[in-house]
Design a protein around this ligand. Structure first.
Ligand code: SF4
Length: 446
C-alpha cells in the first residue's frame, strides 16, 4: 500500500513527541534506590569489554584490557552485594555487554555470587561466536546458565567483513560449526541477527534465516541496524549508508521465513518452542542495572550509572552504587512507557493494567490504543489487546527509536568522559607494543 511510508513517518513523529520526556536525566547520588515493596525485580549486569570494537556499535563498550577487567568485576560483585543488603530479591539476571564472557573465571564467580544471594530462575549471558569453545561452554553450563545469546549478526562473509567481524569473530563456516557445538547445551540458545545492513540483500537475509531454522538454535532476535551519531561516520565508511525504505521488506521476509517453526515472543524476537522471551524489560516491570553504563527502572524512576570506569570504581569503593543520574517519569510517561514495553511484548492485559494503574491507564493512552486498533496494529481480545503482524513492524520501529534516544544519551555521557577515554587509548597504544614485544603470544588480554 503506497501510504505506508507516510503512516510510518507520522507514527514515528508522534512517538517522538509523546516520549520526549523519557530521558531527561539529572544528577543523582549513588545511594541504593528503594526496592519495590516485595523486593522482586530483574538484575542486569553490564560488562563493557570487547576484544575489538565493531564500527556500527553504539553500546557502552571499551577495548578489553585484562588488568582493568579484574578490578571491574570485583567492583561489580561489591555493587551486587549492596543491593542484596538493601533488601532486593532478584528473580533473574542478564549479563550483557560488551562481551560478558571475555573473562570467564570472573564471570563464573559473579554468577556464583548472584545465585548464592538471590533466588534467580533465569541466567542469561551474551557472548560472541569466537568465544564458543568447549571449555567456556562447560563453564557456563556448570554455572547454571539457562540462556546463551550469541551475537552472530550475519552468516554472510561479505557482511561480516563489512562489520569488521570476519577476522576477529570468525567466518560464517566457523560460526556455524561453533553454534552446532553449543546446540542442546542450554535451555535457550539465542542468535542475534542484524537486518537492513547497507550491502545486505533479501536473499542474504533469507539464507541467514534458513540457517537459523536448520541449526539447533531455539531463539532468534532480529534487530534493525541501529547506530548513534558518534559512530555514524565510521559505520558509513566501513559498511555503507543505510536505507530505511528497505526496513519493511526485510521485516516481512523475517515474518514469512521464520513462521511457523518459530513464533514471535516480542516484536523482534522469535522462539522455537515458545519458551523464554528476549527482552528483560518486557518480562520484568522493575529492573536494576549494575556496572558502568547501565540503566535501571524502579517505581517510575529511570536511573543511569556512570560511563567512566574510573568513576565507577571510586563510587563503589565508597560504598555507593554506580548511579550518577536519574529521571522521575511523570505519571503519564510511566503509563506510556508501560504501554510501549507491553505492546512490544505483543500483548497488554487489561486487568493487569487496571490493577497496576487504575482507570487512569486507559484515560492516558486511549488515543494510542484507538490509533493502534484503527490502523490494524492491535486487536481486542477477551483479556485486552494483542499486537498484529502489522503492529509488530511499528513496534519494532518505535523500540528502535527508543534505543536511538538511549544511544544519544550514551554519546553525551561518553563526551563527558572523553578525556578519560583518550588517555586510556594513548596509554594502550604505548603499552601494547611493549607487551607484544615481551610476549609475542599475547592477545587482547594484554
Ligand atoms: S557489537 Fe558486540 S562485540 Fe562488537 S563492539 Fe558492540 S558489544 Fe562489542
Amino acid at each position: 500500500m503506497p501510504a505506508w511510508p507516510l503512516i510510518d513517518s507520522a507514527l514515528i513523529r508522534l512517538f517522538r513527541f509523546r516520549t520526549r520526556g523519557f530521558l531527561k536525566m539529572v544528577d543523582a547520588t549513588g545511594q541504593v534506590p528503594r526496592p519495590p515493596p516485595d523486593g522482586e525485580c530483574y538484575l542486569y549486569v553490564h560488562i563493557p569489554f570487547c576484544a575489538s570494537l565493531c564500527p556500527f556499535c553504539s553500546f557502552h563498550r571499551v577495548q578489553h584490557c585484562h588488568a582493568q577487567a579484574g578490578p571491574y568485576f570485583t567492583a561489580l560483585r561489591a555493587e551486587i552485594r549492596l543491593y542484596h543488603e538493601a533488601g532486593y530479591r532478584f528473580t533473574g539476571v542478564y549479563f550483557g555487554g560488551g562481551t560478558p564472557t571475555i573473562e570467564p573465571e570472573e564471570l563464573r564467580q559473579t554468577i556464583a555470587l548472584v545465585r548464592e544471594l538471590f533466588p534467580v530462575r533465569e541466567i542469561s549471558v551474551e557472548t560472541n561466536p569466537h568465544e564458543l569453545q568447549p571449555p567456556l561452554l562447560e563453564l557456563l553450563r556448570a554455572a547454571g546458565v539457562t540462556r546463551l545469546s550469541v551475537g552472530v549478526q550475519s552468516f554472510d562473509n561479505q557482511l561480516l567483513r563489512d562489520m569488521e567481524r570476519y577476522e576477529k569473530y570468525g567466518s560464517a563456516e566457523e560460526i556455524i560449526a561453533r553454534l552446532k557445538s553449543a546446540a542442546g547445551l542450554f535451555p535457550t540458545l539465542n542468535v542475534d541477527l542484524i537486518f537492513n545492513q547497507p550491502h545486505q540483500s533479501l536473499a542474504s537475509l533469507e539464507r541467514d534465516l534458513d540457517l537459523i531454522r536448520e541449526l539447533g538454535v531455539t531463539q532468534v532476535s532480529c534487530y534493525p541496524l541501529m547506530t548513534a551519531p558518534s559512530v555514524k561516520r565510521r559505520m558509513t565508511t566501513a559498511m555503507g549508508a543505510t536505507d530505511n525504505a528497505r526496513l519493511r521488506p526485510f521485516f516481512d521476509t523475517i515474518l514469512r521465513r521464520l513462521q511457523p517453526d518459530f513464533t514471535p515472543t516480542s516484536a523482534w524476537c522469535f522462539t522455537r518452542r515458545g519458551t523464554a522471551g528476549d527482552e528483560y524489560i518486557v518480562a520484568a516491570e522493575n529492573y536494576v542495572g549494575v556496572g558502568s553504563g547501565a540503566f535501571s527502572y524502579l517505581g517510575g524512576i529511570l536511573y543511569a550509572t556512570t560511563f567512566s570506569l574510573a568513576h565507577y570504581a571510586t563510587q563503589v569503593g565508597h560504598g555507593l552504587t554506580g548511579i550518577t543520574a536519574r529521571h522521575q517519569l511523570s505519571a503519564g510517561d510511566q503509563i506510556r512507557y508501560t504501554l510501549l514495553v507491553r505492546m512490544f511484548g505483543l500483548r497488554l492485559d487489561r486487568e493487569w493494567a487496571r490493577a497496576r494503574y487504575g482507570s487512569r491507564f486507559f484515560y492516558t493512552v486511549w488515543g494510542e490504543l484507538a490509533t493502534l486498533r484503527l490502523l490494524g496494529a492491535a486487536r481486542r481480545t477477551a483479556r485486552g489487546w494483542q499486537l498484529t503482524e502489522r503492529g509488530m513492524y511499528w513496534l519494532m520501529l518505535m523500540m528502535s527509536e527508543f534505543f536511538g534516544s538511549v544511544n544519544t544519551y550514551r554519546d553525551a555521557m561518553r563526551e563527558h568522559i572523553s578525556g578519560e577515554l583518550e588517555a586510556d587509548l594513548t596509554l594502550r597504544s604505548k603499552v601494547r607494543p611493549l607487551l607484544v614485544a615481551a610476549n609475542p603470544q599475547s592477545n587482547s588480554r594484554a
